[in-house]
Write a protein that binds this ligand. Sequence first.
Ligand SMILES: [Zn+2]
Length: 867
Amino acid sequence: MKKISVLCSILVFLLISSLIPAQTPPGKFLGHEVGADRKLADYNQIQAYFQKLDQESGKIKVLTIGKTTLNKPMIMAVITSEENMANLDTYRNISKQLRDARGLTDEQAKQLSRQGKAIVLITCGVHAAEIAASQMSMEFAYKMVTGDTPFNADKVLNDVIVLLAPTINPDGEQMVTEWYRKYVGTPYEGGRMPWLYHHYAGHDNNRDWFMFNLAETKAVTKVLYHDWIPQVHIDEHQMGSTEARLFLPPFMDPPVPTIHPLVWRGIALCGTNMAYDLQQQGCKGVVYGRNFTGWWIGACDDTSWLHNSIGLLSEMASVKTATPIYIDPTEIPNSSIEKRIQFPDPWPGGWWRLRNLVDYELILSLSLVKTAYLHKEDFLYNFYKMCKESIEKRPEGQPYAFIIPKEQHDYAIALKMLDILMFGGIEIHQAKEDFVADGKLYPAGSFVVLLSQPYRPYAQALLERQKYPDLRESPSQDPTPPYDNAGWTLPLQMGVACDPIEKPFKTTLEKLEQVPYPGITPPKENENASYIILDSRKNASYAVVFPLMQEKAEVYRSKDCIKTDDFHACAGSFIIKNTPPVQKKLPDLLKKWYLTAYELNNADNIAKTPLTRYRFGLYQSWSANMDEGWTRYVFDETGIPYTTLHNQDIKGTKQKKADLRKSFDVIVFADESPEEIKSGKPDPKSHWASRFTEMPPPYQGGIEKEGVEALKNFVADGGILVCMNNAGRLVLKEFKQIPASNILEKVERSKFFCPTSLLKVNVDNKSPIGYGMPQEAAVMFSRSPAFSTSVPSGEWDRQVVASYPKENILMSGWLLGENIIARKPALVDIKYKKGHIILIGFRCQHRAQTHGTYKFLYNALLYPGSD
Ligand SMILES: [Zn+2]
């Protein structure tokens, strides 16, 4: 039988190949087999291969879906039958019609589901170091267009449209391949890079999927919720090397509660089909239901769940980039050796190569396409059904709407939040009249998010406060942490007022097509006032001041509120001398940031301090620190000029000690452990320590004790040292007699645990670091310290800027052991000799999401006259 079928295949192949031009296999194109040991295709090659296949086959079309952060084109291949290819718009529209289910009858939806095609999106390489999937993508595409598949590809492609993004981080793909090639054959072969594989975000590029800060996230989100609306989406990753060979969904507990149960069932269906096909082909070590929870909203695949789509994740066991590894059986942990229902066929150990990863990923990707084919009508119809229910059924006890009142601490940030929500597919209305909801009066112009909408689960999960369940394997065990954040509530992160509304209400609402940013009328040039006032409450004021200071503008900060008949600006507001260079630059800046400036003719009676500082240094270790990347992102977005400082710049050389004060006024350390900063190695007690591998020589070590000394001198000489989150622990450890300590330094997880959640702080907004902040704010606590201060002696002093309240500290997420941090400082401004150390004990610019606490960082950069 087998021989005959092989013979048939050969005949069919010969027949087909005589009719159509041959397609080039990737191995021939690259000059090596896909997944061969120590061989990688870089992004330029991948892109060129897909273009070639596009020229050689009518079943594949390569689209450019955007530009990367470093300006590379991002490609996505559409793979389907030639007939479908001619009608792609029709099928995209069917997806859209099924989503916007209002007005469709079930019968019409059934008809559309019959007529439509299942759209499956496969995204590879978001984490560029997890490189197998990008390599696999070429072979997958080749197999699909040539019909070298375990199913009848013609039939399947008639019902399925596959969207294949070979990598959604092309910049990283290029960096990783170049780094790998450089060190092949050296002791550093297959090791990590000393910098981030996404220019700003590194691994956190997969935490950006509701915020859309990054160009790459934007491009794929456009595919997901605007242009194609796939019903099935898989994002292919890699994990550690010694446990299971492959993780596939279903995920583990807990789930985000707003997600439709049919989504989880669809995920289980596709996931177990993939596992079945892998098992059938003898692939060992496939596990499900472990490690990866259903509680997260910021990753590429998870965002699909909240949009009523089947979102899947695959996680292959890694090799060292393209270098094979040998795993001794004794190195496999017990949990990955014992047979379990979720893990019936453990992998026994041995050699593991890039080609193994490619093989597994080929099987699972093809399996997913097959499942989409088998369930095409169901998947389309159920997508409609979930969207329809999202519109029509309000689950018991769930809010009716969220209102974003017109009155906001920082209105432009509220508008930015609306923009983000709309890009994620959320419908927003604006009230045309004053109205009452849940007994509160809202003025006309307030914004309303009615939860009756196709993406209800997403809208609700972003706007409500998370209550993470206290899960433990047994009551005596430590709490089970979520995969990433426990809480992420967007309005809290951005400092935007947003009220959940229980009872339905009536008012005239207008659906927004776009966010109504206000038109800004800058001060007229010929009737200039002597001073321009920018309110410290607006983040935009800072984004205007930084560039103005580069123009040598004369800028002051007010010590108190400024009240006139025309305006009211808070303590710390900017008073800018209205000189010709300011007049030239100001109008464009105000328009860019939708900021209103006030005018004042006489500032003599206002208590104020001049701003003179503007030379910023930002420390960058060789540990590829993501928080440094996000800080850089915020600096670039805000127009803050800075110099990147490496270990060498801080510690100086034997011949020449570093004099940091000579070149800098403010030095910023992003969140990083003290051990990492000082020695370049992780804390020996942390779980990262066992995975540490030494970097090539130029990237070894940290700032060392010489660097610590240089920082002490910098502060003593009047410099401002800003330490965010764990970086502050370096100062607490190394600066003797500092009147502060970290009370969480040795607290066990069973007593205190707060996995990335939003906590409440009280802010002293009359202090220079608290300027412009509301008196109460939400801060992102993420492996953070909490401080205790003491009465200082000698040349030290301290001012507590923000502290946790007595009770009700948790705002969103999970907090165990509230009493331990109650009434403790979260942000301290410490004075040492002529300078300051600002300890910001939380993530004030966390993943460029927490706009509500950016001002703490801005204020530290614009500390008024401390010399
Ligand atoms: Zn990954």
